[in-house]
Design a protein around this ligand. Sequence first.
Ligand SMILES: Cc1cc2nc3c(=O)[nH]c(=O)nc-3n(C[C@H](O)[C@H](O)[C@H](O)COP(=O)(O)O)c2cc1C
Length: 428
Amino acid sequence: MLEQPLTLPCGAVLSNRLAKAAMTEGLADASGVATPALTRLYGLWSDGGAGLLLSGNIQIDRDHLERVGNVIVDAEPTPSVSDALRALAEAATRNGNHFWGQISHGGRQTPKAVNAQPKAASPVQLGLPGGQFGVPVAMTSADIDEVIAGFARCARVLKESGFTGVQVHAAHGYLLSSFLSPRANQRTDQWGGSLENRARLLLAVVAAVRSAVGADFPVAVKLNSADFQRGGFEFSESLQVAQWLEAASVDLIEISGGTYEQPRLLNLDGIEPIEEQTVKASTRAREAYFVDFAQAMRAQVNIPLMVTGGLRRRDAMEDALATSSADVIGLGRPLCVTTNGAQQLLSGGTELPRYEDTLSLLPAWLKWLERFKLVRSVAGFATQYWYYEQIALLGETGEAQPALSVLGATKAQMAREKKLLAARKTIR
Ligand SMILES: Cc1cc2nc3c(=O)[nH]c(=O)nc-3n(C[C@H](O)[C@H](O)[C@H](O)COP(=O)(O)O)c2cc1C
């Protein structure tokens, strides 16, 4: 089933059911311009066989990044910015696959090093230790209008640059996702309170994006099944939002979940307890942690669904497709080293590598520390650096280095970040 094409509501056709999920690359320069390393990376992924590649976060506002090194499209592009985007899109589509830009605004998850007072729904700071995130400032209605226009402009510029679709990032706690959450969004105007009000920004963004790119261009949304936090966005609400998105002519919903405070997207533990959601658990053992949510969502909406998170075995992917739980399978971490993972599955491979099972920040003799929730959580976050560094190495050298330690990767990433932050200061 993996090799079957899929026609989207807008008429575009994906050549198979495998997608490279969005993964932040950190490979733009300090001004957010795509570099040759980023272009090389997407060439490798295009060669890798997936019918769809999603870019990492492309930001609509340079003061609200997910991290330095994000691509930024927050103005009409200069000729050199435009050339860089075109080169990226050309490499990323060189095998006839789709390449969609994931467009986003960091909101309150913007790191302090980028912006100590990011704009967000309400002044509710992230509940994470370490002082990495500032107290946000509530957006005015003019700020909100700017966000809507910013998403639309970014989508149009990407289309003009050769991207073949866009995905609005409304998951994982960034701005649009935080507006959906009653915990992060405590507004009392038309943008907060009832679900209808909390979803208003996402729906306004989708409408503006659709009108900027036209009816025949793929517009997708990445949506949390739930935040998995007490008082957060719940699954019953996600089902309703999905129906609204279908009515708003969205072509595909990618189902994920969690936030920085509760990183369920990576199946990692947060510091606070997980708020379990009511969803009918499948009787089959499943490695994919959002498939049951996708199956329940399928009963409510008819548009294509993509499910991402934990899928490694081909039979689990085929099962998700055969039971109509999902129409597209998202692949993340395995492709940070095994760039042709999709091709392997399409030509009969049974399973992708599970790097997450063996990576650890802590040497064996300190493993006992993982009994402590905070340590477990920090160690889990550190493994992200390993993936970031593999992505950077792929872009810069064409080769990953799977033998690299988590500590080595963490140090290398911190050095890269320091350099980008220093360069960012000089250009502002
Ligand atoms: C290195 C890395 C970077 C990521 N960056 C993004 C991102 O920019 N946008 C996004 O929506 N999800 C991001 N994610 C989440 C992935 O898209 C995906 O949901 C997650 O990795 C689970 O899929 P997997 O189990 O196949 O890795 C990232 C994950 C990883 C590992």
